[in-house]
Design a protein around this ligand. Structure first.
Ligand code: MTE
Length: 324
């Protein structure tokens, strides 16, 4: 990443968190710029084509949003890309990284429909250009009790809401992932009802922290992390952040979401990170930070809303034990 970090905390340099071949491809690209053989808007285009040709993730230019970035030490790129939940590619943490190469992420479109004045279908280039890309370092806390800290790239989902102009009937937003057996071996299994569906109340979706995500670690999303476009909702358990989204619907009624349908007593619609509301089968009071799991590593205390207290006003007056 070509971004200067505020206060220079103990964050790794890009050469330490980026695979070597990606880093070196950037260096050769930089040499071409220095030699004056590339110019203007062609630069990024050219770098991306080079990266595609080499089977690596193209770089994304973004600006760090310090107000919305955690100062925690970032997770290693390797952990973030090999320890995943993406049941469309298998239920083991290692399977998405092994299997997701079959996902074809270009061409890709996202259809936005339902209770909106301006329904639209956006391709990836349109999504990338829709609003300035920001880098936000978010903690992501999985309902299973582990967490990571990842520099995501995207913009607030509210940018989309503004453009489609929801009608007065739009009370919820539904996010629908691709479910294609040909590309996704897990979709043949009955572990969940496909497609994977997630949802938010419209005011939650409008909160600036809700990130429409197109990249991580300064590059487009790896397939196993939900390429080419996903949500990241840092104050909610990780399963609320749907991956590889193809449809977004603005609706009147609360959506029936994949995990809620599978086990309603275990996975509520809201699923805000809350150390005081245990999962029926385990405590949610603490978490294991991936990468800190050495012999002597202590578990961390889980924070209300995962530490994102900005969102508290969305839930004022609600009983969060009932609306878990
Ligand atoms: N989205 C889809 N389509 N399918 C999934 O299985 N898993 C969820 C969420 N989004 C999932 C999904 C869960 S349980 C988590 S914890 C996060 O993705 C994991 O995101 P990561 O692998 O990028 O850390």
């Amino acid at each position: 990443m070509l971004i200067k970090r505020p206060n220079g905390l103990d964050l790794p340099f890009s050469s330490e968190i980026t695979p070597r071949e990606v880093f070196e491809s950037r260096r050769s690209f930089m040499r071409q710029i220095a030699a004056g053989t590339l110019a203007g808007g062609a630069l990024l285009e050219m770098a991306n084509r080079q990266a595609f040709a080499q089977g690596i993730n193209p770089k994304l230019v973004s600006k760090l949003n310090p107000a919305y970035s955690a100062m925690d030490k970032q997770s290693a790129y390797k952990d973030a890309t090999t320890y995943n939940n993406f049941y469309e590619f298998g239920t083991d943490k290692s399977e998405p990284a092994q299997n997701a190469h079959t996902l074809k992420t270009r061409p890709w479109t996202v259809t936005i429909e339902g209770e909106v004045k301006k329904p639209m279908t956006l391709d990836l280039d349109a999504l990338l250009k829709l609003a300035p890309l920001e880098e936000r370092v978010y903690r992501l806390r999985c309902v299973e009790g582990w967490s990571m800290v990842i520099p995501w790239v995207g913009y607030s989902f509210s940018e989309i809401i503004k453009r489609v102009e929801p009608t007065g009937n739009a009370k919820f937003v539904e996010f629908i992932s691709l479910a294609d057996k040909k590309q996704m071996p897990g979709v043949g299994s009955r572990v969940l009802n496909w497609p994977y569906v997630e949802g938010l109340r419209i005011d939650e979706a409008n909160h600036p922290l809700a990130l429409l995500t197109l990249g991580m670690y300064g590059e487009t999303l790896p397939n196993q992390n939900g390429a080419p476009v996903r949500m990241v909702l840092p104050w909610k358990y990780g399963f609320k952040s749907a991956k590889s989204i193809v449809k977004i619907r603005f609706v009147k009624e609360q959506p029936r979401t994949a995990w809620n349908l599978a086990a309603p007593s275990e996975y509520g619609f809201y699923s805000n990170v809350n150390p005081e509301v245990d999962h029926p089968r385990w405590s949610q009071a603490s978490e294991r930070r991936i990468g800190e799991d050495g012999f002597l590593a202590k578990k961390r205390k889980t924070l209300m809303f995962n530490g994102y207290n900005d969102v508290a006003s969305l839930y004022s007056g609600m009983d969060l034990k009932k609306f878990f």
